[in-house]
Design a protein around this ligand. Structure first.
Ligand code: HXC
Ligand code: NAP
Length: 273
């Protein structure tokens, strides 16, 4: 299948959590299409590597070491990125944490860690970038997961957090629509080679091949699949799409994704029951 080409020259794109996996793939998509790109994550090493990698396309590239749970730091980062780039045309919020764990054995702090990164982190990213979003015209994309609407064993923390992320998407779409900002969620399916897949479908247990069989399109997704969807949603072609929760998953969340939870239960859950 040929990829679509988009033109983002002159646009500023901020990707929170954009230094690896799916979110870095999104940053690559926009940078390749001509955008100036800023990425943020906790590890200075990952930030430096991502910045060096993204510079190949010729646009401006900025990187910030920051934790989305740290509201004070985010305020400094967004103000600095705005000074360097101008107003943001696209904001992607994709920082997240995940590990399989049962409700009855997971510590409160473990549950809180995922809630704080995924949900509070997304709130912080939206809250403190708002002043720097182009009005009208900006597009916000929150990165959700099938767990947001499909309960999954060993994923109570992620299910609760991502359901919250999708409701943030919808309330922000209501609040910010009048100023010309669109807010949508993308819901990736199982994406090959990512940290999320390593944690939930480790080789030899419920590996990528088994997961691919549970996808109606019979393949794992790629970071490019998600980047293409992000560039579509941010484009003029999607100018009336607001408050949408858009699965980009080959149909996985229609049913096959439930198998992942059952396998996590078999893999790590038995000793916890
Ligand atoms: C049970 C665990 C645990 C595990 C950590 N904890 N790992 N509990 N099982 N495997 C507990 C710790 O013991 C601690 O509780 C609490 O969680 C916080 O741990 P910290 O290490 O202090 O947290 P922190 O440094 O903030 O790291 C957050 C993290 C970490 C989520 C725990 O794994 C991380 O940084 N992940 C980021 C990368 C990632 O997960 N990427 C995948 C995203 S994929 P106590 O009680 O001991 O203090 C995704 C969806 C995939 O989101 C969907 C696929 C279909
Ligand atoms: P990943 O490579 O671990 O990506 C997570 C990114 O967020 C990394 O850049 C990480 O860098 C950063 N991050 C984590 N915690 C952070 C924090 N507290 N503050 C700032 N940045 C933080 O994982 P991925 O699998 O590609 O997942 C990316 C997104 O897609 C997530 O939102 C995930 O929920 C979603 N998703 C993934 C899949 C999948 O198949 N992988 C499926 C559905 C949804 P640092 O470690 O440097 O902070």
């Amino acid at each position: 299948m040929t990829l679509c080409t988009f033109d983002y020259h002159g646009c500023n794109v901020f990707v929170a959590g954009g230094t690896s996996g799916i979110n870095l793939g999104i940053a690559h998509g926009f940078a390749k299409a001509g955008a100036n790109v800023a990425v943020l994550s906790r590890s200075q090493q990952k930030v430096d590597n991502a910045v060096a990698d993204l510079q190949q396309y010729g646009g401006k590239v900025l990187g910030y070491a920051a934790d989305v749970r740290d509201a004070d730091r985010l305020q400094v980062v967004f103000a600095e990125a705005h000074r360097e780039l101008g107003f943001f045309d696209v904001l992607v919020s994709g920082a997240a944490g995940n590990f399989p764990a049962a409700i009855q054995t997971m510590s409160s702090n473990a549950f809180k860690a995922v809630m704080d990164i995924d949900l509070l982190g997304t709130f912080n990213v939206l809250r403190f970038s708002h002043a720097y979003l182009r009005k009208p015209g900006a597009c916000v994309i929150n990165i959700s997961a099938p767990q947001a609407f499909l309960p999954m064993e060993m994923q109570s923390h992620v299910c609760a957090a991502k359901a919250g992320v999708d409701m943030l998407t919808r309330t922000a779409a209501l609040e910010w629509g009048p100023s010309g900002i669109r807010v949508n969620s993308l819901v990736p399916g199982p994406i090959a080679g990512t940290e999320g897949m390593k944690r939930l479908a480790p080789p030899g247990k419920m590996g990528a091949d088994m997961v691919a069989k549970s996808v109606p399109l019979r393949r794992l997704g790629t970071p490019e699949d998600i980047a293409q969807a992000a560039m579509f949603v941010a484009s003029g072609a999607a100018s009336y799409i607001n408050g949408a929760i858009l699965p980009v998953d080959g149909g996985w969340s229609l049913g096959g994704a439930a198998e992942l939870g059952r396998n996590l239960l078999a893999m790590v859950g038995k000793q916890d029951l």
